[in-house]
Design a protein around this ligand. Structure first.
Ligand code: PEP
Ligand code: MG
Length: 544
């Protein structure tokens, strides 16, 4: 047995086999072949395998997320069976005497281009699906190939580090836990792991990857940050007991479903959930969150190979709103840049990307992107109770400009007779020290504040949230942070705005009482923490 130590980012225990994450193969190479018959047979076998995989995913999705959401996998199966698509692959192999992977890759490129050029937004969106099914087919041709292991067994995914876009594209149904050699606990990958309710350990060091192999048995203890590779029977027994105890504890919390978020002495608070994708709605409902306090809309951009269209965004926002009737859903406009890089944005390489062109700064310099998102948001607003929130605010002039753009987008919709709700709340994130310090000036301009403690901490303490080496210097409960939150809360209330916290600190139950005493109106946490925070609120007595 070898024990590795890192930092646990979600408390749970996982026991299973290791799967070493394989990066997507850089490019498919063109290889001349002589035996066309066997190449055609490889395509047929890979296709059968891909359809089998998709059928299994469809069946599971049908059970978990319902027919509407599962339908896309049925479409994928139909696409794989499409005559023109298959003819094209066959023709390329036969006429050019090339390998199957190359033929699939060229076909994918041609079809994706053809779809992207169509006028109808439905067909435009199919370009991404063609690429998706073709990648699956290529993966099946190379026996599992790139990315995640395609076997059915759930596994502990081990990698050097995972970019947010890689994490979102993992098949979550097959992930038991994450272990990364590098990475920091406040990174978006860590946040995603928390959202997915799976144990994750980051920063176990470089040696780890050199010493593990696919299929090794391992235990991940997300509470202590330990990874036991090839555990001895004693450790296995001890950690199995710990896992069972944890599951029992989490089950107990389920009894709090349907109960109010109210302190012993009667003070109420809203507890909402943070989500990063439409797929997380199930866990918002399962954990009885009062609403969504932060929908990180940038994941729509990270999942795509090109700018998501107004129509694609509208459908996603509409779906979230319709799935949570009567509940407030706060969607944050895109927060790209810094660690969330998206190739097609073609952002310049910066020395200090966290302090560079990110989030609202991109939106204000590339207003076409911003307006497309706002149009989609306002159009969706008639399907529920929408709040729109803007990230990385530092000044009054930014908020003024944002509100002018919002006004102009609504005016355009009005002229075109496109309906939108008049009750959309507008808020800003307080995640820079500047915003907290001038919160008295910002509060009259908005309906609400939401404190982003992840960035507020990095900018206040001058500690890069991506740099694991700096963690010993990060005091997440630093008095400076707490004072900035208190100052923002007082200023919000003095001007009739409400204030929430949506950074990871909102789930820190050692601070729940502090936040309640500050008068924080809402805490927005990963869905799996909603009941834990409710439990803490219900145990708190502010009269003492
Ligand atoms: C934050 O900074 O606290 C926050 C909620 O935003 P993100 O983590 O997406 O940067
Ligand atoms: Mg932030």
């Amino acid at each position: 047995m070898i024990i590795y130590n890192g930092k646990g980012v979600y408390g749970a225990v996982a026991i299973g086999r290791i799967s070493v994450y394989k990066r997507q193969a850089a490019a498919v190479t063109r290889i001349e072949i002589t035996d066309k018959g066997s190449e055609l047979k490889r395509v047929e076998d890979a296709k059968a395998k891909a359809i089998e995989q998709l059928q299994a995913i469809y069946d599971k999705a049908l059970k978990d997320v319902g027919e509407d959401n599962a339908a896309i996998f049925e479409v994928h199966i139909m696409m794989l069976d499409d005559e023109d698509y298959n003819d094209s692959i066959r023709n390329i192999i036969e006429t050019e005497s090339v390998n199957a992977e190359y033929a699939v890759s060229v076909t994918a490129g041609n079809f994706a281009e053809m779809f992207a050029a169509m006028d109808d937004s439905y067909f435009q969106a199919r370009a991404a699906d063609i690429k998706d099914i073709s990648n699956r087919l290529i993966a099946c041709l190379s026996d599992g190939g790139a990315g995640q292991d395609t076997s059915d067994e759930k596994a502990i995914i081990c990698a050097d580090d995972l970019a947010p876009s890689e994490t979102v594209s993992l098949d979550k149904e097959k992930v038991l836990a994450f272990v990364t050699a590098f990475g920091s606990s406040n990174s978006h990958t860590a946040i995603l792991a928390r959202n997915m309710n799976i144990p994750a350990i980051i920063g176990v060091g470089e040696e780890f990857l050199k010493n593990i192999n696919d299929g090794d048995l391992a235990i991940v203890d997300g509470f202590t940050g330990e990874v036991f590779v090839d555990p001895d029977p004693e450790t296995l027994a001890k950690l199995t007991a710990k896992q069972e105890e944890d599951i029992a504890k989490k089950k107990l919390l389920q009894e709090l479903k349907g109960k109010e978020n109210v302190t012993v002495d009667g003070k109420k608070i809203k507890i909402y959930a943070n989500i990063g994708s439409v797929d997380n709605i199930g866990s918002v409902i399962a954990n009885d969150a009062g609403g969504v306090g932060l929908f990180r809309s940038e994941f729509l951009y990270l999942e795509n190979d090109d700018y998501p269209t107004e129509e694609q965004q509208f459908e996603a926002y509409k779906k979230v709103l319709e799935s949570l009737p009567g509940k407030q859903v706060i969607i944050r406009t895109l927060d790209i840049g810094a660690d969330k890089q998206v190739g097609y944005f073609n952002l310049d390489k910066e020395e200090n990307p966290a302090m560079g062109i990110r989030a609202i700064r991109i939106c204000l310099t590339r207003q076409d992107i911003f307006k497309t998102q706002l149009r989609a948001l306002y159009r969706a607003s008639v399907y529920g109770n929408l709040g729109i929130m803007f990230p990385m605010i530092t000044s009054v002039s930014e908020v003024k400009k944002i509100m002018e753009i919002c006004d102009s987008v609504r005016a355009d919709l009005k002229v075109s007779d496109i309906p939108f709700s008049e009750n959309v709340e507008h808020g800003i994130m307080i995640e820079t020290p500047a915003a907290a310090v001038i919160s008295d000036l910002l509060a009259p301009m908005v309906d609400f504040f939401s404190v982003g403690t992840n960035d507020l901490t990095q900018y206040t303490l001058a500690c890069d949230r991506q740099n694991p080496k700096i963690e010993p210097f990060v005091d997440i409960r630093h008095e400076a942070i707490l004072r900035l939150i208190k100052m923002s809360a007082d200023n919000a209330h003095a001007h009739g705005a409400w204030i929430g916290i949506c950074g990871e600190l909102a789930a820190d139950t050692s601070l729940t009482e502090t936040f309640l005493r500050m008068g924080i109106d809402e805490l927005s946490v990963s869905p799996s923490f909603v009941l834990k925070v409710r439990d803490q609120v219900r145990k708190t007595d502010l009269s003492k």
